[in-house]
Design a protein around this ligand. Sequence first.
Ligand code: UDP
Ligand code: MG
Length: 305
Amino acid sequence: MEKQITIIVPCFNEEEVIEIFYKEITKYFVDSYKFNILFVDDGSKDNTLAIIKQLANQDNRIKYLSFSRNFGKEAALLAGFEGALKLKSDAVIIIDVDLQDPPSLILEMIKYYEEGYLHIYAKHRTRAGEPKLKTFFAKSFYKVYAFLTKEKNLAQGARDFSLMDRKVVEAFVAIKDEKRFTKGISQWIGFKKKCIEFDYVPRVAGETKWSLKKLFKYAMLGIKQFSHHYTWITRLGIFAASVFVLVDVIIRIINQNISFYHIGLNVLLLLLFIILHFIMKLIYDVRDQALNRPQYILQDGNIDE
Ligand code: UDP
Ligand code: MG
């Protein structure tokens, strides 16, 4: 039977681009698959939903979900995944509506899907064309993230733009992180992945919905959710306090003014940093328990559920 691919499109105040997007994406709907477009209106205040509904009236391949308010792109993607599973899709493609993710690439994604890759994602070949400040923050983020997490492979500049097999979508949905950092989840769940590259494309119309502040908050979320050895901060504290105490004691011995009171203060200072270190470790254990991620994710096997 013909496989079904659902194109998940998060939209927030995108009245200017939806119709352009629709015309463009449908050019690449090859006959060998059954395509759906699932628009997720993320609480738009403009005519986004009205335009989507109008398109849905003309074309029954168009499905939509609409949020009661703006919940953010991550929530829109999750709703898209859950919707696609309900539609019994064999695979999904996540794509931005502003044509910054070239729809023509879906043909290449499908080619790799047919070769057996389960998760094909796209990233920018270079950052040419992007605002300089954004490039600087992005590059710094990937460095810090790689340092603070066990994941060294978070692809530089990877977009959400991707094709995922149903198994990958199910894994995404199984991750119940309340605040979702899709880039990190994507790496965490594993699966046979393929990266394809393309050059930066500016928005076809409208404006970005991501301020630098929002991007920064998102970056911090990634670090909070996925870093594993950030106790280096408290380790550094213990080390600095130890050096301080040692030097202080040596100077006092040389000057012969060491007292019980000073020894006590030094011991307390060291103890404080050690306690802080263990509290930090405890907080991360509590975090991991609270996130309650699956212990493993299957890619294959011959035991039916
Ligand atoms: N988007 C969304 N909810 C938001 C912000 C953005 O659904 O709160 C959608 C937006 O409509 C677009 C995609 O996410 O389809 C990427 O947003 P944008 O183009 O503003 O981000 P940029 O490409 O500048 O990173
Ligand atoms: Mg964009």
